[in-house]
Design a protein around this ligand. Structure first.
Ligand code: SF4
Ligand code: SF4
Length: 141
């Protein structure tokens, strides 16, 4: 069967609530070495300080962004804005159009409990959704 996003138009309008920038329940913001280097250069920090302050290497070897005491991503500023927006990881760029969210209606609806932008606003062109899903798949490898 064709994936849900191919069968039905999806609406999305980000309200910038910032909930997708909060860790918890095993949620991490994964990034690869190229993305890490791009962010480091954008912030103009030394490699060692950047690694210590902003990144965490999980036990299985995956690299993720660190988080603040309340679970917010380390890059989310006090005003709820992403401090590295132009160079944010693919995971953030493609949310909520991840294959595991948009392939089935139940997953899309479940995610709407976390992301209030889902099912709001205009329909997103399916060509754009396909591109985002592909980018997410390429990133997951
Ligand atoms: S990198 Fe930016 S967009 Fe991604 S979770 Fe952190 S604050 Fe949010
Ligand atoms: S949870 Fe959804 S609406 Fe809120 S900032 Fe993230 S993408 Fe936007």
């Amino acid at each position: 069967m064709r994936p849900f996003y191919e069968r039905q138009p999806l609406r999305f309008d980000c309200t910038r609530c910032g909930r997708c920038c909060v860790a918890g329940g095993g949620y991490y913001v994964f990034l690869d070495e190229n993305e890490a280097e791009e962010i480091r250069a954008y912030l103009n920090l030394s490699r060692s300080w950047f690694r210590r302050r902003y990144l965490i290497r999980l036990q299985d070897g995956d690299l993720v962004t660190s988080w603040q005491g309340d679970g917010r991503c380390v890059f989310l500023d006090a005003g709820g804005e992403c401090g590295i927006y132009p160079v944010r990881p693919v995971q953030c760029r493609t949310y909520p159009f991840w294959p595991e969210i948009v392939s089935r209606q139940t997953d899309w609806q479940r995610e709407s409990r976390r992301c209030e932008g889902i099912n709001r606003g205009e329909e997103v062109p399916v060509t754009r959704i396909r591109k985002l899903v592909s980018a997410g798949r390429a990133r997951q490898g």
